[in-house]
Write a protein that binds this ligand. Structure first.
Ligand code: ADP
Ligand code: MG
Length: 647
């Protein structure tokens, strides 16, 4: 969505923008309007009331036309306000970028200077500057710009510090770019939105400050009007003729209000998260738009998905991330979901508890039964009671899921107390117990550690402890070991395996790694482009994969000790889920695909938990078409030219 459209969607910002544009237009055309000269006095009609003697807004104490002075004054006030905003933004941003980018001593010196300016009250400092430079519009402009530089410098420095150590800046340095070029091409584009936002929210303030200086007689000099000086003059006759002060006062109010409303709108629109719609109306649970009745409960497991479909509805496209997934897990069982990145594993998992972000996510069909209760379209209160209590999640990156500012003990206690009314002491005892269960060494002292004080493996153990906190029946683990090294991965897997036996947990284990599946899972479902293409017991699938995709996926797993064997990558890419082909989704990458594969949807065929979605499977599956074994997946040795071709 374009920025303008986003701003316009915010009603208040739209009105602010319209009013501001009108005022600016009015100020621009003022010289051509049939007005009295702004400084022409007429002592015969002093302080005339609105509309008297052809003076629409009356006259002031010297008989000057207020309408004319108001418009000319608005011109001046706007020009000074915007000019000082631009000056303050440019200088402040330059200081901020230099300080943030170079850091160290440069940063220290610049920021201490800025602190020095910030040490004085705003208006007092402006007064001092004008006093030193002498009254006058130009000097007021300089003063207002100067006192606002620290605001920009501080803001921009903060943002720059965050960017200056990002990988793309390091990459630019390694590429041999000079500082100036890095600042201009890498840093500046990233801070411009912040500068614009800071400027748009402070212009109003600067117009007020300029008006303040003029009000005190330090800005615009008589007889030239600006809004502040008009108010200043009107105050002398405030008791007898208050109406003289209304027009400039109202005009200041209108300008500052409209700028602030518009500024807020700009800030919201420039936030990339708002842009994508991710923050616009975050729903507590995924939207459900299920046509037709929910599929019936089959009583095949403690967690049972039937024909679950989830899509992302963006403006022009619909991404069918999950296209009818049917799965079940029994207590004590571990089901693996395996597939390439983007195949819809995470979205399937998140759909179970309505955790897919809405908008844009929508569950469009199917049912998810947790202990026989359908969670699709369940009232939010009920769903919330289930989340974390009956069904818990373990995510890939424990550092991202743990709060950085609380100790792991506090976070565990919180997780427990959300669902159970227990005293702090009991909860803490339980937390300690959990940490011991997930084999955290020295749990007594570790309970007071912060997440950053722990290693990756230890954090993931805490993540698992958190998932266990309320004795859930089902744990959904979304690539919990992907961020860990192999030895830690093995420990975590054996921990999960033990916990499953001890507690009779049902585990849904999502991964892209057949090695992990082999270690932990009883059954496997292979996902491709949002659908299950094969399922069965782990041993069946590893021994005789029936879908050409599964076969190739297994061939991708490196085997230790098989020195000469190189990896067989699957040529091509999975189809984009907004433009799924007819028929078999894998056909384009399948060496055996025939015309019939591309015609109608291929069903998942089989019986007794072993099934395959293929017309010409690689291996015999009862209930599926006859096997037509294709050529063995040849793993070519890695040669120098293949490495080059890959680069
Ligand atoms: P993975 O199997 O790697 O976990 P996901 O379930 O995360 O894959 O994603 C499945 C598909 O859904 C992908 O094609 C992805 O591009 C799409 N997708 C995920 N989240 C969003 C989103 N917020 N907006 C649009 N598409 C999304
Ligand atoms: Mg994922």
């Amino acid at each position: 969505m374009t920025t303008l459209a986003l701003i316009a969607r915010n009603r208040l910002a739209l009105w602010g923008g319209i009013v501001l544009i009108l005022v600016i237009l009015l100020a621009l055309v003022t010289p051509w309007l049939p007005l009295y000269p702004p400084n022409a006095t007429d002592p015969s009609i002093k302080n005339a009331w609105f509309g008297e003697e052809g003076h629409l807004l009356g006259t002031d104490h010297l008989g000057r036309d207020i309408l004319s002075r108001l418009l000319w004054g608005t011109r001046v006030s706007l020009a000074i306000g915007f000019a000082s905003a631009v000056i303050a933004a440019v200088l402040g941003a330059a200081i901020g970028i230099v300080a943030g980018y170079f850091g160290g001593r440069t940063d220290n010196i610049l920021m201490r200077l800025i602190d020095l300016i910030m040490g004085f009250p705003y208006i007092l400092l402006a007064l001092a500057i004008v006093a030193a430079l002498g009254p006058g519009l130009m000097n007021a402009l300089i003063a207002v710009a100067a006192v606002n530089i620290p605001f920009f410098a501080r803001n921009i420095r903060g943002v720059t510090v965050g960017i200056a150590h990002k990988e793309f800046v390091d990459a630019a340095k390694l590429a041999g770019m000079g500082h100036v070029r890095i600042i201009l091409t890498e840093i500046l584009p990233n801070v411009v939105p912040v500068i614009v936002v800071a400027a748009s929210t402070t212009v109003g303030w600067m117009i007020l400050e300029t008006a303040g200086l003029s009000f005190l007689g330090l800005g615009s000099q008589p007889p030239d009007p600006d809004l502040g000086s008009m108010l200043g003059l009107a105050k002398d006759s405030l008791i007898t003729d208050p109406h003289v002060s209304y027009p400039p006062g109202l005009m200041i109010l209108i300008i500052v209000m409209s700028i602030n409303l518009l500024g807020d709108g700009i800030r919201d629109a420039l936030d990339p998260r708002l842009r994508s719609g991710a923050l616009s109306r975050p729903a507590a649970a995924t939207t459900v738009d299920r046509r037709g009745a929910a599929p019936a409960f089959r009583d095949e497991g403690i967690l049972e998905m039937t024909d679950l479909s989830t899509e992302f509805r963006l403006k022009r496209r619909t991404y069918k991330a999950v296209g009818g997934v049917t799965l079940a897990v029994k207590p004590g069982e571990c089901l693996g979901i395996i597939g390439e990145s983007g195949s819809g594993k995470s979205v399937t998992a998140l759909s179970v508890m309505g955790l897919v972000a809405s908008p844009p996510g929508v569950i469009t069909g199917g049912a998810v039964y947790v202990e026989g209760e359908d969670t699709v379209g369940m009232p939010y209160r009920q769903l919330r009671a289930l989340r974390g209590d009956r069904v818990a999640y373990i995510f890939q990156d424990p550092l991202a899921t743990l709060h950085p500012l609380f100790t792991v003990g506090d976070q565990l206690v919180e997780a427990i107390r959300v669902h159970h009314r227990v005293s702090d002491k009991e909860a803490r005892a339980k937390a300690l117990e959990l940490l011991k269960q997930v084999r955290i060494p020295n749990a007594e002292s570790r309970i007071d550690s912060y997440p950053h004080e722990m290693s990756g493996g230890m954090r993931q153990r805490v993540g698992i402890a958190m998932a266990l906190a309320n004795d859930p029946e089902v744990i959904i683990a979304d690539e919990p070991t992907t961020a860990l090294d192999v030895t830690v991965q093995a420990q975590i897997l054996s921990l999960l395996s033990d916990l499953r036996r001890e507690r009779g947990l049902a585990i849904v284990f999502i991964t892209h790694d057949f090695g992990v599946v082999a270690q932990l899972c009883d059954r496997v479902a292979v996902m491709y482009a949002g659908r299950i293409v094969e399922e069965g017991s782990t041993s069946d699938i590893l021994r005789s994969p029936a879908h050409p995709y599964t076969k190739r996926l297994i061939a991708c797993v490196p085997e230790l000790g098989e020195g000469k064997r190189a990896l067989a990558a699957i040529p091509g890419l999975p189809p984009a889920v907004d433009r799924l082909p007819d028929g078999c989704h894998f056909a384009d990458r399948c060496p055996k695909a025939r015309d019939v594969c591309r015609q109608d949807d291929v069903a998942l065929m089989g019986q007794g938990g072993r099934a395959v979605r293929c017309l010409f499977p690689e291996a015999e599956v009862p209930g599926a078409p006859e096997a037509v074994p294709g050529p063995p997946v040849e793993a070519e040795p890695i040669t120098a030219d293949r490495v080059e071709a890959a680069q």
